[in-house]
Design a protein. Sequence first.
Length: 87
Amino acid sequence: MKTILLTLLSYFFSRKEAGKPDQLGLMMESVKENVRAEVSAIIFKALIGLIISVATILALIQFGRDLQVLFSQIQNGLYFEINFRNC
């Protein structure tokens, strides 16, 4: 976002000198590239966050299943399981 703002500020505050061609096309291409890069970065970060959250949830579910199996194998495991559910 910062790069987009800096690109736009440099365009609006630049002096238009006589005899110099208007660089609107070049400026717009630069802005388009910056916008594409920012949107791609946002999408990438969102996907990484989604992957991490799904992996964490699946790990917790698997841990719960393993704990249930462990409690079923020990003596008085049912009581441990009931106590952990009430916590």
